[in-house]
Structure formats: C-alpha cells, structure tokens
Design a binder for this molecule. Structure first.
Ligand code: ADP
Ligand code: ASP
Ligand code: MG
Length: 412
C-alpha cells in the first residue's frame, strides 16, 4: 500500500529559481521515501497581484472571465517550472492545469467553488510513477472555461484533491512554521500551535488569518482530511488541523486581524418595524454580505444603523443605499474604510465569562477605542481604527498569552 500525500506550496515558497529548486528537492525526497506525491502550486511570489495590475492598466473594469484566464497563467508558470526542476533531478513528473486535473467548478468567475473532481487523469499519472503537479486556484466551469477560486484558493485546491484522492495526508507548505496564536509578522510573541481544531481554524481563517483559505478548512472538516501546515524552508514540525485537538485547557486559541473591512452608517432612519428589513434587503439584492450590525437606541422618531462590509463592496453598498434613499427614508450616510476587525477565538470561551473583559481591558490599557463589538459562542470581534491595528494585536495577545500556550487557565 502506497502512502499518498498532497503537498501544497504557496507563492513565497516557489518565488524564484532557487526556491523552486529547493522545493523540488523536498518533493523528490518525499518520493524517495516511497510515497506517491500530488503537488499543488500557487503562482510565484506576487505574480497574481502583478497580473491584476496589468489588467487594470488595460481595463479597470475587465470582464471576470478574461481576468480568470489571465490569473490562471500564474499557477501554470509555477507547475511547468517545477516539473522541469524535478526532471533535472531525475524524477518523473508531469504538470496539469486545474481542468486537466479534472477540477470542475461553478461559473462564478473570480470566486468559483469546486463542484466535483474527476481524478482519473491524476490516478493514471500516479500509476505511471509520475509526481503529479497540479495548478492551484483554478478549475473549469461547465462550458469548459477556466475559473479561479478566490484569493488564497490554492489551499482549497489542495484540500479538495486530498479529499477526492483519499490522500493519507495534506501538507500545506508556507512561509511560516505553522498556525500561530496570531500573525507572527504582526505579533512579536506569537506562539506556534502544535494542534488546532477544524472549528477554531475555520473561525480564525474567516476572521482574517490568511494562513489557510477559509474554504479549504471547511472542506478539510467536511471530509476529515489530515491537514498539516508547515514551513517550506525548514524541517520543523508544523501544526496539525484536526477534529479534536489537545488544547482543552486553552480557552482562547488565537487572534486574527481582518484589514478587509469597511463600515457604513445610515443616519436617521425611521424608528419603526420594517426599517432594518428594507435596508438589508436592498444590500442582499445587490449580493453584498454584511457582517457586524449595530443599531442605536431610538430617539423620537429616528435611529441609526451601522454595519460592516468587505472593502471591495463598500462603493456598491453606498451606491445602492443612496439610490434607494427616498424609499428607505434616511437622513444621511457616512462610511469609513480605515478600520480593522480584531477577533479573539477559542472553543473554551463559552464557558469562561472573563474573556470579553480581558479583551476590553487590554484595549483600554493601550488607549484604543472600540467602534463596534460582535460576539458568538467561540469568538469576540471588535472594530478599531486601522492605525491602532498592530498595537492592539500585540496588546491583546500579551494579555491572553503571557504564558505558554496550554497554561492559560490561571489567568481567568
Ligand atoms: P502562501 O503564499 O504560502 O499561501 P499566505 O501569505 O497566504 O502564504 O499565508 C501565510 C501568511 O499568513 C503568513 O506569512 C502570516 O503572515 C499570515 N498569518 C496570518 N495569521 C496567521 C496565523 N495565525 N498563523 C500563521 N500565519 C498567519
Ligand atoms: N495565486 C493565488 C493568490 O495569490 C492563489 C493562492 O496563492 O493560493 O491568491
Ligand atoms: Mg495563501
């Protein structure tokens, strides 16, 4: 019985020839140990951003279909180059685009979802002893057109392939050594977690920790994929993402910063039933997702409603509300896109009432003002000024993780 491993390498890990050769050696080594290997690659370095810039120069309003065709070339460069690097090492390898690898997706260009994978070509190539190198971040819709899966989507490709091939392991190689208690590039004392539950990882990912794409964690949980996040430049053990993790004595597993947030305030709406319904129906019709919602206490006949949206939806949100001003009946609109959402996440939070006050205390001590608050069973989020983001993350992190991970109980 072969052990089948899906190994995904992110953009930084394959940024230039030196790194491609380094990663090729690593892949070759895994194969020499007797494993079957499917590799999933991202575009090199900042290629995807550069391609987006190129498109913008030509047409700021480019068609999403054409954008997908353009962006998908980034991943295709990586897989062809990696295959060449493996051939140089004497390893049989073949590169496949998403469509060639049988990845079928919806038609939502720019944000398509994988519908199914027909893995026959991959299994044939594995049977021929090839290392199979698949372009991440891309699929094909039912018309045969190439699609992309949303930023960070190569993680999703890797986990979906691991699920479809019943792989024994899915390794996500990146530029940090695993999942940390906070983004290690922002929080100096962030600590690496040995294990984390799918649910907590899902929450961290959806709250802005981009180390794994949210959809990839959803799929890993759904298909119970053995997932590990590791550093492509070191042999250090990474973080296991699994159903049950050994962190029972930790009530906060990490914090996340989401910089892709904007808030809108609708001032002076009528203080009567149906107002919120009409407002959010208008946004829903425009396919705009709303996150945190805050409603002021009514005064006389009016009240204010504020909410947050993703930055890229701000302009459209303001437009559709302005267009409906008469029927919605508000006095004025204001918006702010220099804000961030800071969240603390942990499955043990529900049974530890002290968490919210610890968070607010840390922000107060740092002189940081809170604009909005939102809570769920396993997270608390606050909206703060973008200029405070890094200070706030460090202050909150020190409050929750002054002791090594796993020894926090005594702080409650
Ligand atoms: P890749 O190109 O390998 O997909 P990404 O840039 O998408 O890499 O994701 C890795 C980055 O995620 C890290 O460099 C780090 O800055 C960021 N990050 C954010 N939150 C966390 C966290 N909790 N743990 C680890 N990394 C995190
Ligand atoms: N290259 C794509 C991006 O930059 C996909 C990925 O890296 O996962 O978003
Ligand atoms: Mg990524």
């Amino acid at each position: 019985m072969h052990v089948l491993i899906v190994q995904k390498f992110g953009g930084t890990s394959v940024a230039d020839a030196r790194r491609v050769n380094h990663v090729a050696k690593r892949i070759a080594h895994s194969r020499q140990l007797g494993n079957q290997i499917v590799v999933v690659l991202s575009a090199q370095g900042s290629t995807t951003d550069q391609l987006l810039e190129k498109a913008k120069e030509i047409n700021p309003d480019a068609s999403k279909r054409e954008l997908d065709l353009l962006l998908a070339t980034g991943e295709q460069q990586s897989i062809a180059l990696m295959s060449m690097a493996l051939h140089k090492l004497g390893c049989p390898a073949i590169s496949l685009t998403g469509p060639q690898a049988g990845i079928h997706s919806t038609s939502a260009h720019g944000n398509a979802r994988i519908k199914r994978i027909e893995p026959e070509r991959i299994t044939q190539e594995l049977d021929k002893n090839n290392i199979v190198i698949v372009a991440g971040f891309q699929g094909m819709n039912r018309y045969g057109d190439i699609t992309t899966l949303g930023r960070g989507g190569s993680d999703t490709s890797a986990v979906a392939l691991a699920a479809s091939l019943h792989a024994d392991l899915c390794e996500i190689y990146t530029d940090v050594s695993g999942v940390y208690t906070a983004d290690p590039r922002i929080v100096k004392n962030a600590q690496k977690l040995n294990e984390i539950r799918y649910d907590e990882m899902l929450e961290l990912a959806s709250l802005g920790a981009k180390v794994l794409a949210t959809r990839s964690v959803e799929l890993a949980k759904k298909y119970q994929v053995n997932l590990v996040v590791r550093n492509s430049m070191s042999m250090e053990e990474g973080t296991l993402v699994k159903e049950e993790a050994i962190v029972e004595n930790t009530y906060v597993s990490g914090l996340a910063l989401d910089k892709n947030v904007a808030s809108v305030s609708v001032i002076g709406v009528r203080n009567k039933p149906g107002t919120a319904f009409k407002l959010f129906q208008t946004l829903a019709k425009a396919k705009i997702s709303v996150d945190i919602i805050l409603q002021s206490i009514g005064r006389d006949k009016t009240k204010d409603i504020s909410f947050t949206v993703a930055k890229q939806d701000l302009q459209q949100a303001v437009q559709v509300l302005q267009a409906g001003k008469d029927s919605l009946g508000f006095e004025s609109l204001s918006y702010d896109d220099s804000i961030v959402k800071l969240s603390v996440v942990g499955a043990g939070m529900a049974s530890n009432p002290g968490v919210a006050s610890m968070l607010f205390e840390a922000l107060y001590n740092g002189g940081i003002n809170i604009m909005m608050i939102s809570t769920s069973e396993i997270k608390i989020s606050v909206l703060i000024d973008a200029r405070d983001a890094d200070n706030a993350a460090n202050a909150v992190h020190s409050r929750f993780f002054s002791q090594p991970v796993g020894a926090q109980q005594s702080q409650a």
